[in-house]
Design a protein around this ligand. Structure first.
Ligand code: FES
Length: 153
């Protein structure tokens, strides 16, 4: 199922939205011009992961050398500080622990959403009656989350 979260123009860099889809709570983040979505439950002890701070990926070639690369962004859980890659949900603490679920996020023109049946009625079977409808155009871009976990695809 795909869910439209917000207009891109209303979702500024550095902002996050925590949305409820069925029983799932999912955090959607905008870091620069990139969007990410990750489950709002920390795999460590089920803390509210998406209330944590985002931190840039850093590299080091040795003592005294630390560089912020910007190639990845991590999300730190507010309870015990475990950090998770926003793209893959992978943590680098607790080896062997499962990653947080992460989701695909895309930016789509509003007109596509109008025509995308999966966005409107993902789990419904059409009945016998059809009411008259009218064309409505939506001209702005929207942030859309695909709620299938990356590992399910
Ligand atoms: S519950 Fe998230 S780090 Fe412990």
């Amino acid at each position: 199922m795909r869910v439209a979260v917000a207009r891109v123009a209303d979702f500024l860099p550095g902002q996050r939205r925590i949305i409820q889809i069925g029983k799932r709570s999912i955090g959607v983040f905008r870091v620069g011009d990139r969007f990410y979505a990750i489950n709002n439950s920390c795999p460590h002890q089920s803390g509210p992961l998406c209330l944590g701070r985002t931190v840039p990926w850093a590299r080091s070639d040795g003592p005294g050398d630390v560089r912020v690369t910007g190639e990845r962004t991590l999300l730190a859980c507010p309870w015990h500080g475990w950090e998770y890659d926003l793209v893959t949900g992978q943590s680098f603490l607790g080896p062997g622990e499962r990653p947080a679920r992460s989701y695909e996020v895309s930016v789509r023109p509003g007109q596509d959403l109008n025509e995308d049946a999966a966005l409107k009625f993902p789990d419904r079977v059409p009945g016998p009656y059809v009411a008259e409808t009218f064309t409505v155009s939506v001209e702005e871009d929207y942030v859309v989350v695909d709620t299938r976990a990356r590992s399910d695809r």
